[in-house]
Design a protein. Sequence first.
Length: 194
Amino acid sequence: MKHWICSIIMLSISTLAHAIDIQSDTIYPKVKLETTMGNIVVELDRKRAPITVDNFLTYVVKGHYDNTLFHRVIPEFVVQGGGLNPKLEEKPTDKPIINESGNGLSNGLGTIAMAREDDPHSATAQFYFNVGDNTRLDPSKRRWGYAVFGEVVEGMEVLEAMSMVETQINTKLGWADFPVKEIILTKATLLPRQ
């Protein structure tokens, strides 16, 4: 039964990938993230995280990430975004995806991974960058981890600068680690095949 459900999900994602042209035949697609602090380019690993990469690229191509906030910044830990617009409203998302944290990729410095809630299969659109070696976020024999699906290949200095901004508790949302001066992801673009 579990294998059957996974097959249906993979078929659905594959069909969606072809329908919206997310380069489903490219193993290591690249995405450019233009932010108010500079540009970051990530290379994604479809070989190890096919569901996660296709999910992320679907949001990229649909324009979901354009004009969103990086809303959680913790030095030497993570920089997280992909879920809020500048009015502090959560953006609507598609259904959650299966957790691919057991794919052999680790939450090391400069990697990109999916944010989620306590439910291991609750990741939708929010993602985070590791700005430290966060192997404690990897899976173990007793728990699910957080799925890494790529790494920064350009703009690491931008990410490091983001990780050092001043933060506060956002009074409207009640969230800690919120940048005092907003950091906006102005545009996410799937780069052409090379």
